[in-house]
Design a protein around this ligand. Sequence first.
Ligand code: HEM
Length: 123
Amino acid sequence: MISIVLRKLTEPVEIGGYELPAGVSVAPSIYLVHRNPEIYPEPDRFLPERFLERPPGTYTWIPFGGGVRRCLGASFAQLEMTVVLKELVKRHQIRPAKRRSERVFRRAITETPRHDAEVILGR
Ligand code: HEM
């Protein structure tokens, strides 16, 4: 997961009532958008089925950032996940190796589960 993206303003802009001058760096927060309970009720719960009722919105689901610098690999990453996860769940039952949830760990610009989210594959 990536929590924020960064932009340096080339011209002044007003955002949410704040006048920001050119040259300032702003960091739209992917994390805060995805944890906003007005957009996602019970935001801390893993509820992928919420997207069945309402498809992900352009400005409310932004794991790949947005605009002209949006992630170049977004389509590839989603295709890869679909193919790999589909094959895995077709063949195996997947359960977490540890009972407790893991802390978040920062690796360069990404955040991952502290112990790599080990799972046990069964039949
Ligand atoms: C789940 C997987 C991935 C996530 C969540 C992700 C997320 C992101 C995010 C948030 C950005 C910054 C976008 C912005 O500034 O608006 C980014 C940039 C980028 N990503 Fe990904 N990414 C993923 C996979 C990939 C893959 C598989 C590739 C290449 C095959 C890739 C290549 C890039 C490149 C080249 C950029 C820089 C784009 C630019 O600055 O113009 N990403 N990614």
